[in-house]
Design a protein around this ligand. Structure first.
Ligand code: ATP
Ligand code: MG
Length: 459
């Protein structure tokens, strides 16, 4: 703004009123008139000084407002172009100049048509037509022609502009560059596609893992009855050899005492006593194998095991026998009570859990001599419990919370799958129950299975 000249100070002009009167050598009444005039002049000058002050204040306010508007326009990242009714640029901000070129205020006077790129979805003519029709344009896609000839995509908003008398004088265009956004969107889209693909791969990997887990679980379940059957068959083979030897001896024998002596030496009576339980046990093992296979079939047809009433003590005893009989080390096994305890539950699941718990107990006792496994069954407040306690080393405190995790094992590679307790816990949940673990005083671990003795809502 041009510097303004300051008005001469009124006080410097009104030097000395008496002096003026003297100098004029006028009569008294004329002198009074002069003094009046001088008073008036004095007042006019005072007004002038005040107005000048006001003007200066207003001017500096205007300057500040101008600086403020300029700074706002300059800091806008969106493009702002103000046009008159003929479609000529009246004002543009820095962001517009940066894209369209032309330097500071270089865009002023330029035709709006020249700032749109050829092929822009919204051109100058369409923009004017739509504006005159609707008074505004919201979020329209447009392309501006940059100084280097490239098309710059924008999301454009336009509104008409009026002067202080309310007359339409032009319009304002605001555009947000969408190039970055589009690139980001394209990158996001690509990332999303990648993610979907990876997810699909993960799902199939997950399926494979679940299948692997199932196979490992089945292998784990089959292991006990099969080794039980194997053990029995080896015993039967040994018995068959002894019986053959005995028969040959009978053929060759000349007297009954001789036959008796042979029978005694070969332990034929004990063999005969053991034959039936051996065959029964083998049959039971084979039945269990076939049940597991049936379970698998049922699993694949997603049918569920039947809830049934059974004697808990008998099922626990059979399951524990299976494990201990096929074990190389023979820990002492005690199952309490000896009488029957009727429950309603999933028999095979209970059996499998006890097999797994006793197997673990046998495993930890295998290294040492002897050892004892005590199983206490009970029913209290409609809750059936089976507590398996061993005299092994117990669990390390940091392992107590981890033993039910799938694949958690402290056994050497190739010896344990770490699935026994995981499978057991899931089975316990199927019963509507749980398994708790604790270390007992004097060493050893106790795993307690508890489940509703009278079935739960499913059964
Ligand atoms: N009675 C127990 N005493 C001490 N540690 C135990 C006992 N039972 C289980 N554990 C610990 O819990 C771990 C997990 O047991 P789990 O039955 O799930 O798998 P595993 O026995 O290691 O393998 P698998 O069951 O396939 O033979 C065991 O490796 C062992 O460290
Ligand atoms: Mg185990």
């Amino acid at each position: 703004m041009a510097p303004r000249e300051t008005l001469p100070q009124a006080s410097s002009r009104l030097i000395d009123r008496a002096g003026v009167a003297d100098a004029l050598h006028t009569p008294a009444h004329t002198e009074e008139a002069w003094i009046d005039v001088i008073h008036r002049m004095d007042e006019v000058y005072a007004d002038l000084v005040q107005n000048q002050q006001l003007l200066e204040d207003k001017n500096s306010e205007l300057e500040e407002a101008q600086i403020f508007i300029d700074s706002v326009l300059a800091s806008m990242t969106d493009v702002l172009v103000v046009c008159d009714l003929e479609g000529r640029v009246v004002r543009a901000n820095k962001a517009a100049e940066a894209i369209l070129g032309g330097g500071h205020r270089g865009l002023e006077g330029r035709a709006l048509r020249s700032i749109f790129a050829p092929g822009s979805a919204l051109g100058a003519d369409a923009l004017l037509a739509r504006l005159l029709n609707d008074g505004h344009i919201a979020d329209a896609d447009a392309m501006l022609l940059s100084a280097d000839g490239a098309a710059v995509p924008l999301s454009v908003n336009c509104a008409t502009r009026f002067d202080h008398l309310g007359r339409l004088v032009g319009f304002v265009l605001i555009g947000r560059p969408t190039g970055e956004l589009r690139r980001a969107f394209a990158a996001l889209d690509q990332a999303h596609r990648k993610l979907t693909k990876t997810q699909a791969q993960l799902v199939s990997a997950e399926k494979m893992a679940a299948l692997g887990q199932l196979v490992a679980g089945v292998a784990h379940e089959l292991n006990n009855p099969i080794s039980f059957v194997f053990g029995n068959l080896h015993a039967l083979k040994r018995y068959a050899q002894k019986l053959n030897t005995f028969l040959a001896a009978c053929d060759a024998a000349r007297s009954l005492p001789e036959v008796r002596e042979q029978a005694e030496t070969l332990g034929i009576r004990r063999i005969m006593l053991d034959l039936n339980p051996l065959v029964d046990g083998t049959l039971e093992g084979a039945t269990r194998v076939s049940e597991i296979v049936q379970d698998l079939r049922r699993f694949s047809s997603s049918q569920k095991e039947q809830w049934e009433s059974f004697n808990l003590v008998r099922v626990v005893q059979t399951a524990a026998d299976w494990v201990t009989k096929s074990a190389r080390s023979k820990p002492q096994l005690v199952v309490m009570p000896t009488g029957a305890l009727e429950v309603r539950s999933l028999q095979r699941a209970v059996h499998q859990i006890v097999v797994n718990l006793v197997q673990n107990a046998v495993d930890v006792l295998a290294g040492g001599r002897g050892g004892r496994i005590e199983i206490v069954c009970g029913i209290r407040d409609r809750l059936a419990t089976v507590a398996v306690t061993d005299t092994g080393p117990g669990l390390r405190p940091e392992h107590l919370s981890r033993v039910f995790e799938p694949f958690f094992t402290t056994k050497p590679v190739g010896e344990g799958t770490g699935l026994g307790l995981y499978v057991s816990y899931n089975l316990a949940q199927e019963l509507g129950g749980r398994i708790d673990v604790e270390n007992v005083d004097g060493g050893g671990a106790r795993f307690t299975l508890s489940f509703p003795a009278e079935g739960h809502e499913d059964g």
